[in-house]
Unconditional design. Sequence first.
Length: 127
Amino acid sequence: MARVGYFNIHRTWEDCLGMLLGILIVLTPALGGHGDNPAVLINTGLTGALVLALGALELVDLRRWEEGLELLLGLWLVASPFVLGYAASGLLMTSHLALGTLVAVVAVVELLQDWRLSDRDLAMHGR
């Protein structure tokens, strides 16, 4: 059986998708009308900025720990409406569940792609 090879290689568009998701995460409180809750603003701003920074860092210098952190950030974004008490906020909660899930899925795919690569192969990413 032939194996589909498209998702076997870590591609730069995946890093760009991570950066785009980070930007969307930062924008969600404004889009959901929750710009008045400081905990939500700080959480969303930090989480989105870190996802954005990790995506950019992966373009420059790919390391496995970056995807591990992205996975944790995605899972945190999924859990944060319940931990920080804004689970009843409708659109904001739904967008954080969706975006967090996407961040986590992209991170898992990237981890699987990079798991068997050597450090030298990781350093060649994007070149």
